[in-house]
Write a protein that binds this ligand. Structure first.
Ligand SMILES: [Zn+2]
Length: 272
């Protein structure tokens, strides 16, 4: 179901920026580059209530992916979607940040488990006392600089992160504990926000393909499909369409080399 298939990625296009919505435009341009999500939305369009953001967005995906409509006939998508985004997530008055926008859109689309990242988080004290919590998110959080340009090391860090935490052990009284986060399960899409203040200072390397071992000796491979970029208060996107890379900067959109930019804000991978 919803396998990687570039037939489900539209030809890239620009999106007009009418009211400082580069943060939303860049997110939409990135999400449209995820074939599994587009397939899911096309298949489930009828399940969304008429007039909701999810229904309008799914209709739009169908119009550019299946009907191959020219984006110029669709109108200013950013404004259309913003006007549809009512309810608990106020995309306009909320923080004008690509990360909030991605989270809000993920929630509004309610695309079953397609974005799920399951981790277990264990706090381990020096006295060996520990407690584990299973967590489900729709992104894979990275809390510290990865400092690597080796895809295997990058993967290992994503699979297990260990860092110091503020925690006072109620058995031995020590405050020297670590949190170990183990990656347990991934679905079709991995969203990796590179947005924390700690990370902004570092130039982050990231691979075009991610491979994770499966318990049955197989592997899960993910392809980088889009990057939300951020610098100087402006957001733009690098997106992959039919195996070519494009720069999408609001209404401007043109073919561009894949480069491991030093301004990544959010990485979006699709299982292949
Ligand atoms: Zn302890």
């Amino acid at each position: 179901m919803f396998q990687y298939n570039t037939d489900f990625v539209p030809q890239p296009f620009g999106l007009a920026n009418y009211s400082s919505i580069c943060w939303l435009n860049s997110c939409i341009q990135c999400l449209l580059s995820l074939p599994s999500l587009n397939q899911y939305l096309i298949a489930n369009e009828h399940k969304y209530k008429e007039g909701t953001f999810a229904r309008e967005y799914s209709k739009f995906v169908r119009s550019v992916v299946v009907d191959k409509n020219n984006i110029n006939n669709v109108g200013p998508l950013g404004m259309l979607l913003v006007s549809q985004a009512t309810g608990p997530h106020d995309l306009i008055n909320g923080a004008s940040c690509a990360n909030s926008a991605i989270v809000a859109i993920q929630d509004l689309l309610n695309a079953d488990n397609i974005f799920d990242v399951i981790t277990s988080s264990t706090i381990i004290c020096q006295c060996r006392s520990n407690s584990t919590l299973r967590e489900k998110n729709n992104y894979l959080r990275v809390d510290f600089p990865l400092n690597t340009n080796d895809p295997n090391v990058f993967r290992e860090i994503l699979m297990q992160q260990v860092h110091r935490v503020d925690y006072k052990c109620n058995k031995c009284g020590s405050d020297k504990a670590v949190r170990k986060i183990d990656l347990r399960r991934l679905e079709k899409i991995i969203v990796i926000p590179f947005h924390s203040k700690t990370l902004m200072k570092y130039s982050q390397w990231f691979p075009e393909f991610l491979e994770f071992p499966k318990p049955d000796d197989g592997k899960l491979t993910y392809k980088l499909c889009a990057i939300v970029e951020h610098s100087g208060g402006h957001y733009w996107a690098h997106i992959n369409s039919h195996n070519s890379w494009y720069m999408a900067n609001d209404s401007s959109c043109y073919a561009d080399m894949y480069n491991c930019s030093d301004t990544p804000f959010i990485l979006l991978y699709n299982q292949v």
